[in-house]
Design a protein. Structure first.
Length: 285
């Protein structure tokens, strides 16, 4: 049970956050107040375990009453993800420069595959999810699913302030690049070493064949090369004896391999949400 002073402070925090959330989310005050309490409880508990969250937001109620109220919020209140996305865009100071990144995270729940495809915004050293969808399957997302997520962002916010899109090797495809070029969207994507590109004689060869002579730590850039039907810059850094970071980009190739490292922010985000943080994979929230 919270002491009196702590309870007063928590109630003030809940009231402040409730007033902050209400202009941006539909629902009566009681629902928004419950959402504010849950957010503060998850931050305090460092987990999405509802039992532990309840202990931080009892506010004088009996434990079971608090726990039941939280359960009721998740089962009865339909949270609009467009409103969540809008709120994220409002509260984070992007300074008119948005870097997008997408990736998947998955785990098992019994025999069922939980596979989320997430579009996030890079912010400082960690990404913040903006749109996502559950893939009812194992494995990679399809071109249609990738474009759908990007289109949701464009429909809601437009691409005018987006200065880059990061993605790992599974995402680069002919259809995706066509969409990105058509919509004037900057991208920095890693590609597989086996992807075929034209060499200096116009013959299609695995892209890795063009960079076998690179020394470890050396970077090479090939400009205006046709890859997956589009003219891009190919930027390659040799990491060790048999490991290369191969990037395609349509802007600022001189720092593309360094810029690509920002993609790791979404890995940190998944880590914060899962094993090293809130534990969503353990408690299935």
């Amino acid at each position: 049970m919270l002491c009196k002073n702590a309870e007063v402070m928590l109630n003030k925090q809940i009231e402040f956050l409730t007033n902050t959330l209400r202009p941006h989310f539909t629902g009566n005050r009681s629902r928004i107040e419950c959402m504010a309490a849950i957010i503060l409880g998850m931050i305090s508990a460092g987990t999405v375990n509802l039992s532990e969250v309840s202990t931080y937001i009892q506010c004088g109620l009996k434990y079971r009453s608090t726990y039941n109220r939280i359960q009721g919020f998740f089962t009865e209140f339909a949270l609009c993800l467009n409103q969540v996305a809008s709120f994220v865009m409002i509260i984070l100071p992007f300074d008119g420069r948005i870097r997008l990144v997408f990736d998947r995270t998955n785990w098992k729940f019994g025999q069922k595959n939980i596979n989320f495809f997430v579009l996030a915004i890079c912010y400082k050293t960690v990404a913040v999810p903006i749109f996502w969808r559950s893939l009812d399957k194992q494995g990679c997302s399809s071109d249609e699913e990738r474009i759908e997520l990007l289109q949701r962002f464009q429909d809601k916010f437009g691409f005018d302030k987006v200065i880059d899109l990061f993605g790992d090797r599974e995402f680069a495809s002919k259809k995706l690049l066509e969409y990105l070029v058509k919509n004037n969207l900057n991208f920095t994507l890693r590609i597989k070493r086996t992807l075929n590109v034209a060499n200096s004689k116009g013959k299609l060869v695995p892209v890795i064949n063009l960079f076998r002579d690179l020394a470890i730590g050396e970077i090479e850039i090939l400009v205006n090369r046709k890859v997956l039907g589009q003219k891009v810059n190919i930027c390659v850094e040799r990491l060790d004896s048999d490991d290369y970071r191969i990037i395609i980009t349509n802007h600022h190739p001189e720092n593309a391999t360094t810029r690509y490292l920002e993609r790791e922010q979404i890995e940190r985000m998944f880590s914060c949400l899962k094993s090293r943080g809130l534990g969503t994979h353990r408690f299935h929230i």
